[in-house]
Design a binder for this molecule. Sequence first.
Ligand code: DC
Length: 228
Amino acid sequence: MPGNIIAVDGFSSTGKSTLASKLAKHYNFYYLNSGLMYRIISYFALNNGCIIKDKIKESQLINKLDNLNFDWMIDNKGNRSLSFDGKIFGEEMYSFEISDVVSSVAKLESVRKFLFTQQKNLAIEKSIVVEGRDIGTVVFPDAKVKFFLIADLDIRTTRRNKQIEENNISFDKKKIEDNLIKRDRTDSERKIAPLKKAKNAFEIDTSKKSQLEVFNIARKFIDSNFET
Ligand code: DC
């Protein structure tokens, strides 16, 4: 029996991770960042010769993923973390190299199928906050609560820039903005599980709100509409 599921979908850099992790902490739910799963698969593909000169070798990638799984693990700070093939991956998954290929990897039907099953397994008998693009529409259409985050492009670019700088990777703003536009387009226009708002999702525009304001709006919505 699946437990309580809170879906947080939306465009890149709209504050999904911040909101989803805050909600998970507040309600003591597991936190699953499905975008990170696509990034880990992209990293795996790059490191296993499955992407050569921007061309993805889909069947080779899927064969190599056979028998590899995502799972929950306790990290060295004692937190529940996502692991893949027994390893925990962090900020290095947000490099420009990975951001540049991840939307193309996420378009592949076999990759989406593989991760769909993995996401379902990670949620078995758990109360969980899951963030992504297709969580409320495709992966967990019966999620109890669904949020959809939006924000202005220039604000998203500034936020992404800040996040990258904090990780000591420096890129110019134009390059970041172009990457966001390109990913928005690929994510929204792809055939399988495109990014779109679920009919019953609660939309929050985070452009002019602090992280705490966004969290409080979401928390109030949950507490006044649902029993967690
Ligand atoms: O949230 P993010 O920017 O780290 O996600 C990386 C990419 O993965 C993004 O370009 C779209 C894709 N993605 C997806 O297709 N479906 C999801 N549920 C989550 C992410």
